[in-house]
Design a protein around this ligand. Structure first.
Ligand code: SF4
Length: 361
């Protein structure tokens, strides 16, 4: 019998599955606690379940985890992890230190079909969607590799477009925020999109997590040249959806703006950005382009970045130049893509058994 990956089920789905097997629904909550709070990797560890229930679970489900295959640490302690999935695909996550805490940047797809020109993942193309467990499992695997880390924030900004894997992204957020799961506040979770308008509208109604948009240009021709998705959902449609997001959520939006030399780093772009976005609150992260193997673009001059930032600040726009974390280990924005693997330090698999006391948030 083909077993179900139990960590790819939401609490509601698990309740339904267990009642279908003749178990009371509340047992699903107990199983969730074992999986996500006590980090059980074996049904036998779930000692408040009777033996017959444990063997029933073992007959129908398995508990999968990601296999850590590499780890690279930068000078600022930003760490890139590489994981092998059970079909041999590789994905990456990036752990970014923020004082005492850490932000974990997770992947949602193997590759990406959107083909943004400045992004290594996009250049390498799409292979498949990640299952729920393969998204949340990045958190478990990172903490297993380094039990000292306290992951306070999770950003869906790794490999892939989260809204192109919408259902699993929302289910993963459900597991991360469940009171029987990881117990993260929705406010500590950010989903970043390249601008998939129908899914942004769905997200407004279905999630309370924070939204970030990879905007990168406020002229359609420039944006389309960088991000083919703009042909399908041009700026007018995107901005319309974001205004609705703000109207309904009463929440600000983060714009990621990758600055590329002589493409979108001129003052005209800053003026357009300030003009078009003045109607709702947002903050802008300016990210000077991180070069990667095969990239056609260059990083802008520091002076131009400063002028751009000062223009936005001068017009009352919250704007910061994001420190480039992990550039030398190819872990910075747009550099993920499972390249340079030969330089990645192989690490032993995490120990099996029950892991206690994982993240603090
Ligand atoms: S920037 Fe994001 S959406 Fe665009 S190709 Fe890269 S991973 Fe995909």
């Amino acid at each position: 019998m083909k077993k179900t990956d139990i960590k790819s089920l939401t609490l509601h789905e698990l309740e339904q599955a267990l009642t279908g097997l003749g178990m009371p629904a509340y047992r699903a909550r107990q199983v969730f606690l074992w999986l996500y709070r006590k980090h059980a990797v074996d049904f036998d560890a779930m000692t408040n379940l009777s033996k017959p229930y444990r063997s029933l679970l073992a007959q129908h489900f398995d508990i999968r985890s990601l296999r850590l295959t590499g780890e690279k640490r930068g000078r600022d302690l930003t760490t890139k992890y590489q994981f092998m999935l059970d079909d041999g695909s590789a994905i990456e996550s990036v752990l970014i230190p923020m004082g005492r805490w850490h932000t974990l940047c997770v992947s949602t797809q193997v590759g990406c079909a959107l083909g943004c020109k400045f992004c290594l993942t996009g250049v390498k193309g799409f292979r498949r969607q990640l299952r729920v467990q393969e998204i949340t499992g990045q958190l478990d695997a990172v903490v297993a590799a380094d039990p000292q880390v306290s992951i306070s924030h999770i950003v869906f900004m790794g490999m892939g477009e989260p809204f192109a894997n919408y259902d699993n992204t929302l289910k993963a957020i459900g597991v991360l925020t469940s009171e029987y799961g990881y117990q993260y506040s929705q406010r500590r979770i950010t989903v970043s999109t390249a601008g998939m308008v129908p899914q942004i509208r769905q997200f407004i109604d279905e999630s309370k997590a924070h939204l970030a948009v990879s905007i990168n240009a406020l002229y359609d021709d420039t944006r389309s040249s960088l991000m083919p998705i703009n042909e399908k959902y041009p700026l007018r449609d995107l901005i319309g959806a974001l205004k609705d997001y703000h109207r309904k959520r009463k929440s600000w939006i983060t714009f990621e703006y990758v600055m590329i030399k002589n493409v979108n780093d001129g003052i005209a772009h800053a003026i357009q950005l300030a003009k078009l976005l003045k109607e709702f609150p947002f903050k802008v992260n300016l990210i000077p382009f991180n070069s990667h193997q095969g990239a056609d673009y260059e990083r802008p001059d520091d002076a131009k970045v400063r002028v751009f930032q000062e223009y936005l600040l001068g017009h009352g726009i919250a704007c910061m130049v994001r420190t480039t974390h992990g550039e030398e280990i190819d872990a910075a924005c747009g550099q993920l893509g499972c390249v340079g693997d030969e330089a990645t330090r192989p690490v032993p698999l995490p120990p099996v058994g029950v892991r206690e006391g994982v993240h603090g948030h």
